[in-house]
Write a protein that binds this ligand. Structure first.
Ligand code: F3S
Length: 69
């Protein structure tokens, strides 16, 4: 079995397209400028892995990194 996923938004790459938040509101939040941040420490709760991958695939700035731990 693979381990837990952890997401991270690169603040230098994020341009606030907000697709991540639309696709996976459980995993991303937007700051006052509209830029995304992972919620908490970025650990993806069981069952939300597909949403994490979907959000990553839909970020036009390639700002979302996913690590398997
Ligand atoms: Fe930023 Fe990409 Fe989300 S640009 S707001 S991480 S879709």
């Amino acid at each position: 079995m693979s381990g837990t996923l952890r997401i991270h938004v690169d603040p230098d790459k994020c341009q606030g397209h907000a697709r991540c938040k639309s696709l996976a509101p459980e995993l991303f939040e937007l700051d006052a400028l509209g830029n995304a941040h992972e919620i908490g420490d970025g650990t993806v709760p069981a069952g939300l892995e597909d949403k994490a991958w979907l959000a990553q695939a839909n970020c036009p700035e390639f700002a979302i990194a996913i690590k398997e731990e």
